[in-house]
Each structure stands twice: as structure tokens, then as C-alpha cells.
Design a protein around this ligand. Structure first.
Ligand code: HQG
Length: 183
């Protein structure tokens, strides 16, 4: 096995599949898939990953703490996180009763006036457990705020939700009436 920096490679794959496929001459289909061979060719030829193989991609996906990517039948995609202009089509599905969102204290005031917005991404990212929300919030604040989303009621009243992976849920804008801010 060659010495590959898997963390760096995983980040680069996320970058290619979520944010900048054109830099790799990739075209995502409407669900975000691209051919694995195309991705490997781009990584090998233009981006310095000379010996990267499909086994390396499988290793990253299986060994990751989070299920960020999916590789099936010669195709690969990011499961969430996209910022590309063309919206990735996700099938909506009924969420759990409660979902969580970890954010920074400094965003609270804006969230309380505008609801949860996707900001730089295509969807709002939520999680079905508090621990994940804490981790997400800690990227931006050492004492993150954990918001509780009244997801089932929002769904019943027409807000769309989409499954990212087994922990990450995606949604369109979440209006403030479905958001419980801890006191
Ligand atoms: C905030 C990582 C002002 C929102 C994570 C968040 C996640 C508002 C930030 C995934 C707002 C957007 C996504 C409003 C929301 N006014 N700020 N109205 N509404 N915000 O990074 O959820 O490790 O796009 O609270 O684990 O932090 O990369 O979203 O703080 O699953 O696989 O605007 O990215 O996954 O930030 O993180 P982001 P996120 P990976």
C-alpha cells in the first residue's frame, strides 16, 4: 500500500464533489454522482495523487468517522454539503420528531429573526443526535448553541426534509416557529 494522506484526500474529494467539480473537469448528474474513473483520472493527472486507486476511495469511505461520500456501481457522490449552483436533487422524506442544529452564539440573533438558512450551501444541515450537533457547532464556537427543531410538525406543515446520511438531515429554510432556542 502506498503512503497516502487519507485525510487530505478525503477533503479534496469533498471539495471536488461538493464545491468545485469543474476544477476537476467533472460534471455532477442531478443527484450529485460522477464516474469514479473520471474522478481518479482528475486526481492523478492534475492534482498530484499519482498512485490513487478506487481502493483508496473505498478505504476513505469505510474508515471515515462520518459517512460523507457514497460509492456504488462505478459512481461516487457526496451525500451532503454541496454549494454548486445547480441544486442537487434529493428525495424528500419524513424526518424524526426532533432534529438538532449546532451553531455559534454570534449567529443566534440573525437566526431568531430569519430562521435557519442554507447560507453557503444548498440545504440547511441538521442532525438526529445532540452529539453531532455539538461537534458541528464547535467548528465555530467553543460553547456552541444547540437548537432543537420541531421537525415532524414542520414536515406536517409543508417544510421539506431530505436524508443526508444516517445522522445528517437536510432541509429547506426552517422558519423560526419550529426552532427552540435553549434558555
Ligand atoms: C449559520 C460539516 C446567520 C448556521 C458539518 C451555520 C455539517 C445562519 C452557518 C455540515 C443563519 C452555515 C454543515 C441565519 C444558519 N443567519 N447564520 N439566518 N442560518 N446560519 O458550514 O450546518 O465535516 O454551511 O448555523 O459537520 O455548520 O464537512 O453549515 O453555523 O454536517 O462533512 O450559518 O458540514 O460536515 O455553515 O455544517 P455551514 P453547518 P463535514
Amino acid at each position: 500500500m502506498s503512503f497516502i494522506n487519507y485525510l487530505k484526500l478525503s477533503k479534496e474529494i469533498s471539495y471536488a464533489l461538493r464545491h468545485a467539480p469543474w476544477e476537476y473537469e467533472l460534471e455532477l448528474d442531478e443527484n450529485g454522482w460522477v464516474g469514479v474513473e473520471q474522478l481518479l483520472t482528475a486526481l492523478k493527472e492534475n492534482n498530484g495523487w499519482k498512485s490513487v486507486t478506487i481502493e483508496d476511495l473505498e478505504h476513505i469511505i469505510e474508515g471515515s468517522d462520518k459517512k460523507r461520500h457514497e460509492l456504488i456501481d462505478g459512481k461516487i457522490r457526496a451525500l451532503y454539503g454541496h454549494s454548486v449552483n445547480k441544486k442537487i436533487v434529493k428525495e424528500s422524506s419524513e424526518p424524526p420528531v426532533i432534529l438538532f442544529h449546532g451553531t455559534a452564539r454570534r449567529f443566534l440573533e440573525l437566526i431568531e429573526s430569519n430562521g435557519l438558512l442554507p447560507k453557503g450551501r444548498q440545504y440547511v444541515h441538521l442532525s438526529n443526535d445532540i452529539e453531532t450537533a455539538i461537534q458541528v457547532g464547535k467548528r465555530r464556537d467553543d460553547k456552541p448553541i444547540i437548537l432543537e427543531i420541531d421537525a415532524k410538525r414542520a414536515w406536517d406543515e409543508g417544510v421539506r426534509f431530505y436524508l443526508g446520511n444516517d445522522k445528517v438531515w437536510l432541509a429547506d429554510i426552517i422558519p423560526i416557529k419550529y426552532i427552540k432556542v435553549p434558555s
